[in-house]
Structures are given as structure tokens and as C-alpha cells.
Design a protein around this ligand. Sequence first.
Ligand code: NAD
Length: 314
Amino acid sequence: MRVLITGGAGFIGSHVAELCLKDGHYTVVLDNLSTGTMDNVPDGAVFYKEDICSQTVSEILAREKVDIVFHHAAQIDVQTSVKDPQADAMINIMGTINLLEACKQAGTRKVVYASSAALYGDPCYLPVDENHPLQPQSCYGVSKHVPEQYLQVYSRLHGLDFTVLRYANVYGPRQAISGEGGVVAIFINALLAGQAPQIFGDGEQTRDFVFVEDVARANLAAIYQGSGQVVNISTGKATTVSELYKIVKASCQVDCNPEYRPERPGDIRHSYLDSSKAQAILNWKPLVSLTQGIKQTVEYYRPRNKIVSKVQVS
Ligand SMILES: NC(=O)c1ccc[n+]([C@@H]2O[C@H](COP(=O)([O-])OP(=O)(O)OC[C@H]3O[C@@H](n4cnc5c(N)ncnc54)[C@H](O)[C@@H]3O)[C@@H](O)[C@H]2O)c1
């Protein structure tokens, strides 16, 4: 297959690109390097430094005769989306429409879209399945949702197939310490720098942490399986932030207690997602345990030993 990964110089997209190459696909990365880096782009991938909003995207897709697009490029910062909703929508909504038009013109077969649990907002029930009401609490949640609807329409009108993958909190090597769900990277980098991470609230809030290599496998599974569906990509397990901290601390081999701060208004108390639909449709399930995944992530960061001065849990 000929595949293109938007955002392939970023955290998740670069793991998707790596796995595509490993599986023998002709792999193209399109990224404007706004948060991603060339260091993340795997050897063997064809790279275009381009914005998804650019008119050139359609030329690239046509030239590269792309069968599958994995769409990961996005403005991912929740706070930025609230401060500057127009800029957020320009990238996440208008950029996606530009990409879909390019796919239509180039005859691309399928788009695999990186969506988010942020669409669900504060859960009405747990675990959150794909039928849960969508009640985003930020502009980011809205701008990640709208492309899902465009995908439905492009599928109906133009026969462009799609699979939507709604990710829980993804963690692993190459994650930046800002952005969505970066708590694992934040904890690790703080501890390796000899600093005490801050935990907001009592630490009993729960999240669903899924390892990035498992997420990349779900993307690859969507090349051949699934058509026109929305699926959660998650472990289905709730982990408290305090439990997470203990695992990270043990893996870093650092004896340091976190600083507890008052809970922040608007923070979601509990969240974990049902991933049984992904198992049924994509024949996918997560394989890497939290302890294994954190160990691999610590091994990645240890030699880099980034200095972090202020850390937060999101
Ligand atoms: N990290 C998570 O836990 C998580 C959870 C749910 C959903 N997601 C989604 O997964 C995708 C990837 O997230 P990530 O954590 O790897 O983020 P990331 O910031 O590491 O990757 C995004 C990449 O997109 C590129 N990019 C941004 N705007 C662009 C534009 N206008 N044109 C071209 N390239 C552009 C950036 O340079 C970067 O390389 C995003 O769509 C995000 O919404 C992530």
C-alpha cells in the first residue's frame, strides 16, 4: 500500500509511520513541524514539510498516489483551543476539509482519523462506549468532532471510506510534555530531573492510559478492517493518577513524593473507555501493560533527561 501520515513528525504519527515502514508500505509523512520534529520521522519515509491547510496537499496526494491517509496532524492543546478557537478550528476543521478534498481528487481509498475521548466530556456512565453522548468541554473537543461528521458526508457523497479511532490517553516514547494526556511524560521527565511533580486533587482521579505502539497497531489494522465506523482505542482499565505515579517512580528508580495541589475546576474525575468494539471490528486489543509501557518510555527519556521546571496533570 501507499500510505500518507499527516502529523507523522509528531508523537503518535511517527509511531504509525514507523510501523507502516516495518510492514513494507510505501510511507509518506506530511507535517509542518509546528510541534513535531525531523528526529521523529523514521528513516525510509518520504517527507513533505507542508501545512494541511495548504493547496499543495492535493498535489502531494496525487503525485504520491496515496491509498490510505492516517490523519494525525492537529492543534492538540486544549488551553490554546479555548484561547484561540479560530486558529484551532482553522487547523482541525478547515485543514481536515482541505485534506478530504485532496483525498477526493486523488482517489484515496480510505482515511483513518485520529479522534479523541475529549469528545465525550464528563462521562455519564463508565466505561464510556461509542454511543455515549458527545458533550465536549473545550473548543478542541468540538474541532476534533466536526471532522468525524465530514468523514461521514464524504463517505456518502464521494465513496471515501474511513475509520475513526477515538483515543484515550496515549503515552510512550517521543511524547511532548505539553498537549493532551501528557501526564506520563510529565511525571517521567520531572522525576529524571530530580523534581517533584504536582498532582492536582487527591490523586484518586482515574484515566485510561494506552501505549503508543498499541495505538499504532490499531491504525495499521484499520487499513484492511473496518469501514465507516467509530471505535474507541483504549485499555478499558481505569488507573488512578496516584497508582500511575507509583509505577513511574518505581521505573525511574527515584524516591520522590509528588506535591498535591487543590483540584482544578473543570477537571474530569473518572474516565475510561470500552474498547470491545475495536476488538470486534479491527480485531485489535492492547498488548502492552502499563508497567511495560512505562518502562519502555523511561528508557527512551533517561538519556535525554529533559529538565522540566513546572509540571501539571491534565
Ligand atoms: N496524545 C494523546 O493522548 C491523544 C489523545 C487523543 C487524540 N489524539 C490525537 O492524535 C493526533 C496526534 O497527537 P499527538 O499527541 O501525536 O500530537 P503531536 O503534537 O505530537 O503531533 C501532531 C503533529 O501534527 C503536526 N501539525 C500540527 N498542525 C499541523 C498543520 N497545520 N499541518 C501539518 N502538520 C501539522 C505537528 O507538527 C505534529 O508533528 C492528534 O490529532 C490528536 O488530536 C492524541
